[in-house]
Structure formats: C-alpha cells, structure tokens
Ligand binder design. Structure first.
Ligand SMILES: C=CC1=C(C)c2cc3[nH]c(cc4nc(cc5[nH]c(cc1n2)c(C)c5CCC(=O)O)C(CCC(=O)O)=C4C)c(C)c3C=C
Ligand SMILES: [Fe+2]
Length: 490
C-alpha cells in the first residue's frame, strides 16, 4: 500500500507513451496528483487517461466518476465559472463595449510609462470604430446573441452535471459586457461556493481571450480574502477532448451531406485571428492549439471514412498590423482561383454563434466565395448547446475536480502539453509571465502615405479651411478678400 503522505515517482504508460508522474496520490483528500510529467513524446490527450495510468501504476482505485464524487463532492459547494467575451445587447451598447475591449491591456499593451493613456486611447478607438461595428450588429438583429447562448450553455451544463451526480452551480462571467466577471464572482461569494472550476468557453487558449479573463480573475482573487481561500482550478483549453472533437466532426459530417458531391468539398476551417506578435513574441499557444485541433477533427473524419481536403485560415483582423496568416478572405479568393467549387466553412475558435459567424462568414465571406468562382457554399453551425458537447464539458469539469486546490505543472520545459490544467496564478506565472510589450492591433496614427494618415490629414485640412473661412467672413480680412473673391464688409 502507498503511504499517502509521501511523494511518489510513478512510472505510467498510456497508449504506448511512458511518463514519470511525481506527486502525492490524488486519493488524499486535499492534494491532487501533482504531476510533473515528463512524457517521452506527447502527453496523453485527456486527464482521465492520465488518472487511470496513475491509478493503475500506484494501485489506487480511481476508476469512475462516482469515486470522484465520493471524494470531492461531499460537504462541498461546487461552482463552475464559465468565462466568455460578452457582446453588446443593443446598438447603444456597442461603443461602451468596444471601450471595455480596447481598454484591456491584453488587447492593447502599452509600455509602462504610457499606461495612463490606456483609457483615453480606448475612448478614441471605440468612438472611431463604433459606426462600422454598429452596422454589423444592426445587420444581425441589433445586438450580440452571446449572452443568451452562454446562459443557455450554463443551464445545460448544470443539468448535465446533475445527471452525472455532481450537483454544481454554473455562473457566467463575461470579460467586456454584462454579466461581467466581477458580477459572477459576487454571486459565487453570496452562494458560499467552496470549490470552483474555472472554464473559459474558448476551446483554444489565447492571451487575448482566456488569458485576459484569467488575468482579471487573478487580480480579483488577490484582493479578496474569501476568494484567496476558496479552492479553485482552471481548465485553460479543451480543444483536444474527445467529446469536443467528435461533436465537431458530427456537425461537419452532417453539413457535408447537403452538398451535391460531398467527397469533393473543401473543409475550410476559419478561426478568429490574433496579431502575429502574440504568437511570435509573447508565445501565445493559440496557433499551435488551433492547428492541432484541426488535425484531430480531420483524423476523426478520416476514421469515419471522409477523406476531404482541408484548409485553415484566420479571420476578423482589426487594424493594419500583421495578424496570423493565411487570412480567410485571401484564402477564399485563392481557392476559387485554384478551381475549388464546393466550400464548407467551419468556425473553429468559438462555440457560440456571434457577429463573426452570422455576419462576416454568412454574408461577407459567402459573397466573396461566390464571386471567386465557388459554386456551392455551406457553413457548419456553432456547437451551442449540442448535447454531446455539453456532456463532454460536464466530464471535463468532473475530471478537473481532483485538481481543485492542487498545484499545477509549472515546469515549462518538463511539460509538452501546450497549457496545463492549473490554478489561475500558476498558469499566468508559467505562461506569458514577462507580459512582453505587444504592438497594438489598432494603429491610431501612422507616418507616411497610408490610409489612416490620408483620412486624418484630410479631416485636419477640412477643419483648417473651415476655420479660415469663418475667420475671413467675420473679420473681413484674408486672402479671399485680397483676391477680390469675397466683397469687402460694409
Ligand atoms: C477566439 C476568439 C477570439 C480571439 C482570439 C479574439 C481576439 C481579438 N479580437 C479583437 C477585436 C475585436 N473582437 C470583437 C468581437 C469578437 N471577438 C471574438 C472572439 C475573439 N477575439 C468574438 C466571439 C467576438 C464577437 C462578440 C459578439 O458580440 O458577437 C470586436 C467587436 C466587433 C467588431 O467591431 O468587429 C473587436 C473590435 C482583437 C483586437 C483581438 C486580439 C488582439
Ligand atoms: Fe475578437
């Protein structure tokens, strides 16, 4: 028998891959398996497999979710905090929503000395961008559907957890609009939650999305006595989970059947982009996770007998800096030129319908595709409340319970998984810790003959001419009077 108070090095093997797991046995109530994994190749794809490997190696007995339930649910109040972006619910919300987005230092990272400019800059950019954004939101019914869909996902997750015998309350915390993360946290405190699982609703991790929400949570946790003592864990990304991959493959498979010749359809994964510097300079794992995610979905489709060709491209870039390539619009044109006739768009970075699926993909990219010579167009719906997906999220929550309050893997070299399960603080320490400067995705001013310079120079010139005219008409002095174009004042 194991002595539960000691640390063990457990050699375990999953699917032919061997690794050393250093840690106290997770059967100790308060300490989960502190895994300093050093897998010889890829780590096992999901934590349940890992538990199984550890449990068989250590002769421990964690075999089913009911064991987890016995150990982690009794006398505890479990909460699940779903993190999401949030979206404007009315057209009047658009500018303040954009202000919140651009005021986020994980979207625009200014040098320390210029931090005081963050809010004025956000105000300026949000006012300048609001008219264009409002047009987009107006065309999808006057607001973002994100709150409604995320609330429904929360309800469905709560039911799925209940069915799996894990009573838990689910909260929604948005980064840039209501219900704000701060509001969710207040409710979590009022409800007396003792164990919290933090689950960002982005399948892949990015500094600009899950990272930003976790950074906010860290600052809230640090300042609050109740939260400092509340045990929690984070599921930072879950794109590799079998249930998610299968649910995505099923949606693709179903949509392919709507084409006249399903085998010939190009499966076109379109992910929300991030500025290139996030990946190349700050080490954002977003691109790597996205590529792995696409590979996994394609492997699943192949297993089901579908050998379609596929492409991954990035959409929704903002401003003139370089974003992840290839860009969706350029790729659609290139595919058309290559003679591709059937295209199935698969939004891959988000699990709800939103402005970029309903407007950008369904309207703009569809039009571009048809203009580029593509004859048959289709789009896979977002997962929303698809039952197998929700059930898999519930499994992810249950499997993370042994980690609540436990240490994360913080040895970056030792782990090969892109972002490990862990606590907010450790995740941020192990990852993006330098918080390097990032070029703003939106350039406010540029020198040279650029589009933004032309616009602003033009506006300044028009204002100057107007001011001179007013001055001349009111004083009776100026070039137009000297040249006799305007008559002298009486
Ligand atoms: C994984 C998803 C997303 C990443 C990565 C992301 C990065 C990112 N976004 C902006 C700027 C904007 N995003 C906007 C809307 C928006 N963004 C995402 C997702 C990701 N963003 C979603 C789901 C939405 C839509 C929400 C909705 O209301 O339906 C907007 C506002 C819309 C617009 O004006 O186009 C902006 C602006 C940056 C700069 C960025 C990375 C640095
Ligand atoms: Fe975005």
């Amino acid at each position: 028998r194991l002595n539960l108070s000691r640390t063990y090095a457990i050699k375990s093997s999953v699917g032919g891959r061997t690794g050393i797991c250093l840690g106290q046995c997770y059967l100790i109530k308060s300490v989960a398996c502190k895994c300093k994994l050093s897998w010889s190749s890829q780590p096992p794809p999901d934590s349940r497999q890992h538990f199984r490997a550890c449990s068989s190696a250590s002769e421990a007995l964690l075999t089913s979710q009911s064991d987890i339930r016995k150990l982690y649910v009794v006398n505890e109040k479990i909460g699940v905090l779903l993190l999401n972006l949030g979206g404007p619910e009315t057209l009047d919300d658009v500018q303040p929503f954009l202000f919140n987005l651009f005021a986020d230092p994980d979207i625009i990272r200014l040098p320390r000395a210029f931090r005081f400019l963050q809010k004025p800059l956000a105000q300026f950019i949000s006012v300048a961008r609001a008219p264009k954004s409002k047009e987009g939101y107006a065309s999808i019914g006057g607001g973002s559907p994100l709150r409604q869909i995320t609330d429904a996902q929360g309800e469905a997750l709560m039911e799925a957890l209940c069915e799996k015998d894990i009573p838990a309350k689910v909260y929604v915390g948005m980064r840039y609009w209501h219900p704000f993360t701060e509001e969710a946290i207040e409710q979590i405190k009022r409800d007396g939650i003792t164990k919290l699982v933090v689950l960002p609703l982005y399948p892949q991790f990015s500094i600009s999305t899950s990272g930003s929400s976790l950074r906010l949570l860290e600052s809230i946790f640090r300042e609050d006595e109740y939260l400092v003592n509340m045990q929690h864990t984070v599921i930072p990304s879950w794109y590799q989970r079998e249930g998610y991959i299968k649910a995505m493959a099923t949606l693709v498979e179903k949509e392919l059947l709507n084409f006249p010749d399903p085998q010939k359809v190009m499966i076109f994964f379109s992910a929300h982009g991030v500025p290139l510097a996030y990946v190349e300079e700050a080490g954002d794992p977003y691109k790597a996770e996205m590529e792995e995610c696409v590979d996994l979905i394609m492997e699943e489709l192949e297993r089901r007998g579908m050998g379609n060709p596929c492409t991954l491209a990035y959409q929704s870039r903002v401003g003139p800096v370089e974003w992840l390539k290839p860009y969706t619009d350029e790729t659609i044109i290139a595919l058309g030129q290559r003679g591709v006739k059937s295209l199935l768009a698969v939004p891959i970075s988000f699990v709800s319908e939103h402005i970029e699926t309903l407007e950008e993909i369904d309207v703009e990219y569809k039009e571009l595709a048809l203009k580029s010579g593509i004859k048959h167009w289709g789009r896979v719906p977002a997962l929303g409340c698809e039952p197998t997906f929700i059930s898999d999220l519930a499994d992810a929550v249950i499997e993370s319970l042994p980690y609540v309050g436990a240490m994360a893997v913080s040895n970056l070299e030792a782990r090969q998984s892109l972002v490990p399960l862990g606590s907010v603080e450790e995740l941020l320490a192990a990852y993006d810790s330098k918080r390097d400067m990032l070029p703003p995705p939106v350039i406010v001013w540029e020198w040279g003959w650029t589009k933004s310079a032309e616009t602003w120079n033009g506006r300044a010139a028009m204002l100057a001419v107007l001011a001179l005219l007013v001055l001349e008409v009111t004083t009776g002095h100026g070039l137009l009077h000297q040249w006799g174009i305007l008559p002298p004042l009486p």
